[in-house]
Design a protein around this ligand. Sequence first.
Ligand SMILES: NC(=O)c1ccc[n+]([C@@H]2O[C@H](COP(=O)([O-])OP(=O)(O)OC[C@H]3O[C@@H](n4cnc5c(N)ncnc54)[C@H](O)[C@@H]3O)[C@@H](O)[C@H]2O)c1
Length: 461
Amino acid sequence: MNITVIGAGYVGLITAAGLAETGHQVVCVDDDLRKVQVLNSGGMPFYEPGLEDLVKRNRQAKRLEFISRIEDAVVKCQAIFICVGTPPLENGEADLSSVELVARRISECARGYHLVIEKSTVPVQTGRRLQKHFSIYGNDSQYHCDVASNPEFLREGSGVEDFFHPDRIVVGVDSDKAAALLGEIYKPVLEQTFACPVHENCGNRARVPFVITDINSAELIKHASNSFLAMKISFINMIADLCEAVGADVGKVAEAVGMDKRIGGSFLRPGVGFGGSCFPKDLQAFVRVGQSAGCDFTLLHEVEQINQRRVDLFVKKIKNELWVVRGKRVGVWGLAFKPRTDDVRCSPALAIIRRMLAEGALVRAYDPQAMEKAKAEIPDIEYCADAYAAAQGAEAILALTEWEEFLHLDLLKVRHLMSRPLILDGRNMFSSATLAGLGFEYVDIGSGAPAREAFFDARNV
Ligand SMILES: NC(=O)c1ccc[n+]([C@@H]2O[C@H](COP(=O)([O-])OP(=O)(O)OC[C@H]3O[C@@H](n4cnc5c(N)ncnc54)[C@H](O)[C@@H]3O)[C@@H](O)[C@H]2O)c1
């Protein structure tokens, strides 16, 4: 099928390359000329494992091209995916101006029938607004745009794998034709009949659940899913604080709680909080949706508040250890909001660095992929070639993104490089026993060790 994907960001580029790989003819449009140039010269505008090869192969096979003008793509295609950003406005609502602008461009140049699919994360009832828009605007007497919602659940860092092996594909439609077209677009993924570009041998692949629903419900499924995951993270962070206060070990608590099949172990890792371009903004937007519908969304408001306090609590820990921060050298391991991506949007690591700079610390940072993006946000710190260089002369290391490579460092070497062997682990990625054995002072989140010791000390008096 001829498909247009609008937006060549994390979602749009993965969707465009994935659809091309499964046999569709895809034109990906982005109004960022530099991004289009980079893609057309064989480069990548961001890091995502496996994506570069996928883009390259499909460009060479002439199934995927990149352009900057919507009108050059829309006329020829049946399906149009909108994958532009929906960042938060100051009041927390989603800014839908890019979605609206794209809808305007589509209606100006659409001829005949098109299925317009919102893949950007949007508040419930956006599809209805788009339907109204397409019924008002349009230059062609034969013109008809159906609207569908197809929320995206991919995770940055494993976005390519998630495209080919999703847990489910959700579509919100209000016509059989739209449902049939989406079924055709996703047939190879639903039936798992493509040659898998991710795994050498995928083995027996079960059919992917295809959830067909109305447009409002599909839009709501996305916000509800992200809010639930954010709630799990804030929940375990709240428990971590209690563990610290009373002397319990959040690692054990989370492990055993997660063994309950009704709860599940994922997203029960305490830390410096969730970030990225999705959870914080989607949660905020969902709270505003609930409020404007007159529903009590206090629960999710608290999830947001707990997350916002994570950085404060971590900074308090740093100050507690360093006493006076001014003039002290601090090494930072990890800048991205999570591993396997270079995305630093709403990254807690950047928030913590900003706070350290405000306290007068001298920050030396390293991240395997996110340094370029971080430099654009915070130019005035020293970016290092590797984790060892960031540790050189440091009075503390702040471990803020759980990259696999940090687990394979020669920690004895790290200890010798530091002027004080102190690691504050904002992601609980190291073992306190191992680090203590190597002569480090180690502060994690929620192990409750100091409170336990105080309790036993008090008993022994
Ligand atoms: N990043 C994720 O992990 C993820 C996962 C699921 C859903 N989402 C949602 O998908 C949407 C896109 O997210 P993203 O991370 O890919 O954003 P992004 O910022 O990486 O990419 C958006 C792209 O759209 C382009 N764009 C903006 N306005 C345009 C216009 N008028 N015409 C053409 N191109 C335009 C931008 O130049 C940019 O390249 C958001 O609504 C987000 O919430 C993101």
